[in-house]
Design a protein around this ligand. Structure first.
Ligand code: SAM
Length: 321
């Protein structure tokens, strides 16, 4: 079975499981096809979506410090999990390349389209950079990286991707990363911070409705790839942020009762009016929670980087001694 066929089978099994249970769920990781990538780029450009600019500010402000820290043990592999369009990473890559640092950039993403676009754009803006992009899910790729111990590794995860995982899954994710790290390896990871709940709520419920289109792309994808008949316009996006737990949740809600047939899966499901599909969580953090996650996973925080507006933090981790 090819990688693409395996991925498609996982997607189909996930859809069957998520839509035959109550309450229904679908994972946001399947939003990212060509259209999903494009919509996420539009989200990043929204004034309400403060995360991108805040983390861009961190990378830009501390790029020379990061160059020194990453390069401390000589030539290394820079592995990025969930690289997307690499908007912020490019700032770092330019800093490394222009200072003749010896490294290979290995971007990993579930979206083949994201990897292709990123590789092509890097070839044109940084032709001297060595890029080895790979399509795959975090966990699958991490398993393979365990056998990959030739040079020091710097693993980066930007954009608060970890926030899409509940705490037990996040610990599992960090543990998996820790298992592939040696003592000189580093993990540099973004964690969006708790803040005014309205700022968070607005970031995921933008006035232009781009986030709604982004989430609806999951249903468009199922219609297209599994020969289904979701009445996509009858599903509205709803965001709710709980300041106590720091969890933002996004839902698609059926505004009409409907029956959906997914022909490729030989499967039918019904929706009552106002029934939900839970699509995504975006967890918000504080230092204590990140420290707890790190300790649970066998990691320790080396350094914390924060943007000027104090909205977002990137943490540098090492394996706990
Ligand atoms: C929120 S975007 C962030 C992109 C980028 N890191 C940034 O900060 O701009 C999440 C990215 O991770 C990818 N992604 C989501 N779930 C993934 C998974 N389980 N494995 C690999 N990539 C994943 C998506 O395709 C998307 O490009």
């Amino acid at each position: 079975m090819t990688k693409q066929e395996t991925f498609q089978l996982e997607f189909e099994n996930h859809v069957k499981e998520g839509l035959s249970t109550f309450p229904k769920f679908l994972s946001s990781k399947y939003i990212y096809d060509d259209r999903g990538d494009e919509l996420f780029q539009q989200i990043m450009a929204l004034p309400e979506y403060y995360l991108t600019e805040a983390e861009f500010n961190i990378v830009d402000t501390y790029k020379s410090n990061l160059r020194e820290v990453f390069n401390e043990h000589g030539a290394f592999d820079l592995i990025e999990l969930g690289a997307g369009d690499g908007k912020k990473t490019k700032v770092l890559l330019k800093e490394l390349v222009h200072n003749n640092v010896q490294f290979t950039y290995i971007p990993i993403d579930i979206s083949q389209h994201a990897i292709d676009d990123l590789t092509m754009s890097l070839t044109s803006i940084l032709p001297e950079l060595e890029v080895q992009g790979e399509q795959g899910t975090y966990f699958k790729v991490l398993e393979r990286l365990a056998t990959y111990n030739k040079r020091p590794k710097v693993i980066i995860v930007l954009g608060s991707n970890i926030g899409n995982l509940e705490h037990p899954q996040a610990i599992n994710f960090l543990k998996k990363i820790k298992e592939v790290m040696s003592h000189n390896d580093l993990l540099f990871m973004g964690f969006d911070q708790k803040k005014n709940p309205l700022t968070i709520q607005n970031a995921y419920a933008d006035s232009k409705g781009v986030t709604q289109e982004f989430n609806r792309n999951l249903l468009h994808r199922i219609n297209k790839e599994m020969n289904a008949d979701f009445p996509v316009d009858s599903f509205e996006h709803w965001e709710s942020y709980d300041p106590e737990t720091g969890t933002a949740k996004s839902f698609l809600i059926a505004t009409e009762p409907c029956e959906v047939e997914i022909k490729k899966l030989g499967f039918k499901t019904t929706f009552k009016k106002w029934e939900t599909i839970h699509c995504e969580i975006s967890q918000k953090y504080d230092d204590e929670t990140v420290e707890w996650l790190a300790n649970q996973s066998g990691l320790e925080i080396e350094k914390i980087y924060e943007d000027q507006q104090k909205l977002f933090k990137d943490y540098l981790f090492k394996v706990l001694k």
